[in-house]
Design a protein around this ligand. Structure first.
Ligand code: SF4
Ligand code: SF4
Length: 294
């Protein structure tokens, strides 16, 4: 990769590993204080939402309503969430003259800036290193400060190892979805809603896991269920496992016999419907192409 995807992009056209030394410091009193928080475009990870809703002492549903905007990450096939700026403006709702009002629980993107995480090592691979880029925007004077540190040290300073670890399952779901290629037809509204609730609305997902409908389909020992339901992070991680099972058939949660049989017959029915539709389409196309030659 030797050029930026968009001309004039502030992303430096070089990839680094965590050992790269950068020169940067953001500090109160710097002339550009709050400039970056005045014009935001910040995507949130599921763990960002957990931390912020706990900080604000509200439910994830309330947090999503008041502080976020949904968006479509990959040509309307993956649901994402961004911070919603102030009404009629572009500044972050958490910005104050003194800085960030949720600083201890600020999102991953705010912690990383001006470093960008480009790709993350898979959990089952030990060779590949995480890779990063540097973002240099004219308004940000932090690059002129005399402090030098490696990207790894910067990540530690910003509390990022914990944030990255807890978002890993979600990032892997997105990567897997992207690499599995385009879905046949548009993903159903129900599957987008399920992804949204499971990843971002942990309090509604808790109600879903505790519901009779869920218990009817999945078999989970009481002790495990209690553990999952009583801790937001554990519940969130369980959600990623649940989605891997629903989206990619990676079975890790036991299902009741009757549900497995019903699922198999639904899948078989879906496949034969798709095959039927494809055959009909082919016949229609052939008729259109050769119809008048008869
Ligand atoms: S959450 Fe805090 S650091 Fe992030 S944009 Fe808002 S005010 Fe700035
Ligand atoms: S130094 Fe950069 S990150 Fe810090 S306040 Fe200024 S613009 Fe924002």
């Amino acid at each position: 990769m030797n050029d930026t995807p968009f001309p004039g992009s502030p992303v430096m056209p070089e990839m680094f590993d965590g050992g790269k030394t950068i020169q940067f410091q953001c500090r109160k009193g710097i002339a550009c204080w709050n400039v970056c928080c005045s014009n935001i475009d910040i995507s949130l990870t599921p763990y960002d939402i957990l931390r912020l809703k706990e900080h604000l002492d509200i439910t994830s549903t309330e947090f999503l309503d008041k502080y976020t905007l949904p968006y479509e990450m990959e040509m309307d096939s993956i649901a994402g969430v961004k911070l919603r700026p102030v009404a009629g403006g572009s500044a972050c709702q958490f910005m104050t003259p003194d800085g960030c009002s949720v600083y201890a629980d600020r999102p991953t993107a705010c912690r990383y800036y001006p470093v960008a995480l480009l790709s993350m090592r898979r959990q089952d691979e030990n060779v590949d290193r995480d890779s990063y880029a540097l973002v240099k925007e004219e308004h940000c004077l932090g690059h002129q400060e005399p402090k030098s540190l490696t990207i790894e040290q910067y990540r530690e300073e910003q509390g990022l190892p914990e944030y990255d670890e807890l978002a890993r399952g979600w990032r892997q779901l997105i990567l897997k979805k992207k690499s599995s290629g385009p879905t046949i037809g548009k993903p159903s509204k129900r599957s987008l809603q399920l992804f949204f609730m499971t990843c971002y609305d942990v309090d509604r997902f808790r109600e879903f896991v505790a519901s009779e409908g869920f218990q009817d389909v999945y078999q989970m020992p009481d002790e495990e269920q209690l553990k999952i339901l009583s801790d937001d992070s554990t519940l969130m991680l369980f959600g990623f496992r649940f989605l891997r099972q629903v989206m990619f058939g990676e079975m890790s949660i036991s299902m009741r016999e009757e549900s497995v049989a019903a699922r198999r017959s639904r899948v078989a029915e879906k496949h034969s419907r798709l095959e039927r539709e494809a055959a009909e389409r082919l016949m229609r196309d052939e008729n259109e192409m050769y119809g008048d030659q008869e």
